[in-house]
Design a protein around this ligand. Structure first.
Ligand SMILES: Nc1ncnc2c1ncn2[C@@H]1O[C@H](COP(=O)(O)OP(=O)(O)OP(=O)(O)O)[C@@H](O)[C@H]1O
Ligand code: SF4
Ligand SMILES: [Mg+2]
Length: 395
């Protein structure tokens, strides 16, 4: 990109801006066309799980945004899986690609600028086959969203429609996915769900508007909506960030209990390590659009290996431990439009070794369950492979 060397990230000339706009228009049009073609034939979106014990497998997923300042590689070669009946915590600082990963799975990206340009997202249909969500047509996605995969959002006030009563909003989801159901049956199901999520005055709340409820109550309603169709996967994107600590604990307990009752899996997205520690079976740590470490909760919390994860652990307050100031990882995340061709964490890393000057580190297995992308483990672990990025100039 022809930019002023001294102000690389912010200055774009008029001609460069025109070039980017032309490029974005050409690429997004081509990708939309390819998607429409892939949508036509079930062979192109039906696949098999690598491991039938997983509900979802992200395999080198690349989701990019074609913006006016260049291509933002929001998710770039992300691979991890969510096993059936388990909770997987996805952690990382703001902007690392957690939400974009889940939106790619729901096909709710802001298109045409947001596109999954590479990799597969396999969703287990439970009959030996799977959908590759990347190519699945919208008509099929409509039967999956809210039915097989549902999402609980961060802000319960904006997730609910302020002009409809609570009952109507929960009924709507049930009726949408069960058109044969009568309105009375849907209401009975809604009241059942309200009781399940711990709403005491369920008949009263059924007739209330969202503004009449507290934040914790609203989040319980959002959980009721998400669970109305007994989904196989619940995506909870920062489900407790807007709530007080005591309510947080209640909501997380509720989510965990319901998950066990329905035998669902949870993909729990958060930047709060405390939330993950209390709930997750597996943890995926993301940094700048890539997975830098993944393993069981025990691996990540008791044996963190990546310098970024170690930094995150050090910056977590510990009850009973007095410190002058909490640890702060030095430096900042690289510019998402111009990622370096070496380890994305190198400019902030205090543990560099000789190999770190080279290309982006590969995934290295350091135990049966624990995988890390860091050169410090090159000798002791086994190399699995490099994350696959897509060269947008070749699209
Ligand atoms: N519609 C969009 N257009 C352009 N860039 C986007 C868009 N949505 C997300 N991004 C970029 O993608 C990157 C990842 O964003 P994402 O929302 O996944 O972050 P996150 O990890 O969920 O952060 P947070 O913890 O703040 O929710 C960010 O750099 C963000 O600016
Ligand atoms: S690869 Fe090197 S620079 Fe990157 S996190 Fe590991 S030690 Fe640090
Ligand atoms: Mg987010």
């Amino acid at each position: 990109m022809a930019k002023n060397e001294t102000n690389k990230s912010s200055y774009i000339s008029a001609s460069e801006s025109r070039r980017i706009t032309r490029f974005n228009r050409r690429v997004t049009r081509k990708l939309e066309q390819e998607r429409a073609n892939a949508n036509k034939d079930p062979v192109l979106y039906t696949t098999k799980m690598a491991n039938p014990g997983n509900v979802v497998e992200f395999d080198n997923v690349c989701t990019y945004f074609f913006t006016d300042v260049g291509t933002v590689k929001a998710v770039d070669g992300v691979s991890f899986e969510v096993p059936i009946g388990k909770t997987v915590g996805v952690v990382g600082e703001s902007g690392c690609g957690k939400s974009v990963t889940s939106l790619s799975l729901m096909q709710l990206l802001q298109r045409p600028s947001g596109q999954t340009v590479g990799g597969e997202i396999r969703f287990n249909l439970g009959d030996g086959t799977a959908y590759n969500i990347v190519n699945t047509p919208n008509t099929i996605m409509e039967t999956i969203r809210g039915n097989k995969i549902s999402m609980i959002f961060q802000e319960p006030m904006t997730a609910l429609n302020p002009v409809f009563r609570i009952g109507e909003q929960v009924d709507e989801v049930t009726l949408l996915h069960n058109p044969e159901m009568s309105k009375d049956d849907a209401k009975a199901r809604t009241l059942e769900m309200l009781e399940l999520v711990g709403i005491a005055n369920r008949e009263g709340v059924y007739n209330m508007y969202p503004h009449e409820l507290s934040g914790g109550m609203r989040q319980r309603i959002c959980i009721a909506i998400a669970l109305a169709c007994s989904p196989t996967l619940i995506i909870a994107d920062e489900p407790t960030t807007a709530l007080d600590v005591t309510i947080q604990a209640q909501i997380l307990d509720l989510l965990q209990n319901l998950k066990n009752k329905l035998n669902s899996s949870i993909m729990l997205i958060t930047h709060d390590l405390g939330v993950v520690a209390g709930m997750a079976d597996y943890v995926v740590v993301m940094y700048a659009g890539r997975v830098v470490e993944k393993g069981t909760a025990e691996d990540i919390f008791h044996h963190p290996a990546h310098p970024y994860t170690i930094g995150l652990m050090r910056s977590k307050p510990v009850v009973g431990k007095k410190v002058e100031a909490l640890y702060n990882i030095p430096g900042s995340v690289p510019n998402p439009v111009e990622m370096p061709n070496y380890c994305y964490f190198r400019d902030r890393c205090e543990m560099q070794c000789g190999h770190c000057a080279g290309q982006y580190p590969p995934e290295i297995r350091i135990s049966d369950t624990h995988i890390v992308s860091c050169y410090r483990f090159l000798e002791e672990g086994s190399v699995l492979g490099y994350p696959k990025s897509v060269n947008v100039e070749e699209l």
